[in-house]
Design a protein around this ligand. Structure first.
Ligand SMILES: CC(C)(COP(=O)(O)OP(=O)(O)OC[C@H]1O[C@@H](n2cnc3c(N)ncnc32)[C@H](O)[C@@H]1OP(=O)(O)O)[C@@H](O)C(=O)NCCC(=O)NCCS
Length: 294
């Protein structure tokens, strides 16, 4: 770790896994609201969907990751920014954002955003409590253009589903864990929603689905964004059967078994459904920022 007075090397592209591992440790130390998820987030972003253009730029004690939107190649995303607490306040953050903008410009991007680049993202935007990051964005001329939020579910709650499974079985609906057969579930997700959600289903840590007579009716996934729940969906023909609540609780039970005491329900979404199903509350709020690159 550099100390006050040390000469700082300029921003450079992270070369190889050793530098990415160092960047991961910087992220762990800086991302104090993300319970040690920094390394998993760096790893997730470094394994983004095939064809996505992305970069990781580092400076001693700092990292920024940026990518080009899959939807609009003129839009770029600053996916992750972290400066080690020991060297914050010395201009590293500003320099990293400038370097990310330069990289984005060099690959044809005309607007940079502090906003998640679905389906592979760390956050929907800047968590308002990472206030220094919001100040940095604003001081660099970024405009706040949107807001997003997560919900939090405490995992100490009752997540049993046995009665619901029996009730669903009486109506011919059966619920499974997709250990194998992920591609089939992803096909259902693609047909009813979009390619982004299908990628998340394939890349989830856990995936559950419901079916009747060989037809998939609904799915729920967690861990595509490390440690967070989502996405989930029930086909229109199967709404109001209680399928969604069961799939949600099965995922949350997995997350509890993986050692989590609470779950972030990502980038919602239907407040009332999650509030009623598992007593979730709106909690993390994210501001999305954008700036046209000259
Ligand atoms: C946000 C962060 C990357 C800034 O890095 P940094 O190297 O400390 O920032 P710099 O020294 O380059 O400061 C640049 C600007 O950031 C803002 N800033 C930095 N520290 C700040 C603080 N403590 N309070 C308010 N604004 C602050 C200011 O706008 C500052 O410029 P100004 O003082 O001229 O207005 C760093 O604080 C960090 O890693 N925070 C935790 C992780 C995080 O929030 N990441 C973003 C997640 S989306």
């Amino acid at each position: 770790m550099p100390h006050a007075g040390d000469a700082v090397t300029p921003v450079r592209e992270a070369s190889g896994s050793a530098e990415l591992r160092q960047a991961a440790e910087v992220a762990r130390a800086a991302l104090t609201l993300d319970s040690g998820e920094g390394p998993a987030l760096v790893d997730r972003l470094a394994n983004s969907p095939a064809g996505r253009r992305w970069t990781a730029l580092v400076i001693d004690g700092g990292v920024v990751m940026a990518s080009v939107s899959g939807k609009d190649p003129a839009v770029g995303h600053i996916d992750l920014l972290a400066v080690h607490p020991e060297v914050q306040g010395r201009g590293h953050g500003r320099e990293l954002v400038r370097a990310a903008e330069e990289w984005l410009r060099s690959v044809g991007v005309r607007q940079a955003r502090f906003a998640g680049n679905p389906p592979c993202y760390a956050w929907p935007g800047i968590d308002v409590r990472y206030t220094a990051a919001a100040c940095l964005a604003e001081s660099l001329g970024y405009e706040r253009y949107h807001m997003a939020w997560n919900m939090t579910a405490d995992l100490g709650t009752d997540l049993s589903v046995d009665d619901d499974l029996a009730r669903l079985a009486q109506r011919g609906v059966h619920v499974h864990t997709a250990e194998q057969g992920r591609k089939r579930v992803a096909g259902f997700v693609r047909e009813h929603w979009n390619e982004n959600w299908a990628w998340e289903a394939i890349n989830a840590a856990g995936l559950h689905y419901a079916e009747r007579d060989g037809r998939i009716l609904g799915f729920a996934a967690w861990g595509a964004r490390p440690a967070w729940f989502g996405p989930m969906g029930t086909a229109p023909e199967a709404r109001e059967l209680g399928v969604g609540g069961v799939l949600l609780r099965r995922c949350l039970a997995d997350m509890r078994a993986a050692g989590q005491t609470s779950a972030q329900i990502s980038w919602v979404g239907p407040l009332r459904f999650y509030s009623r199903a598992v007593g979730a509350r709106a909690e993390r709020v994210f501001w999305l920022y954008r700036r046209d690159l000259a």
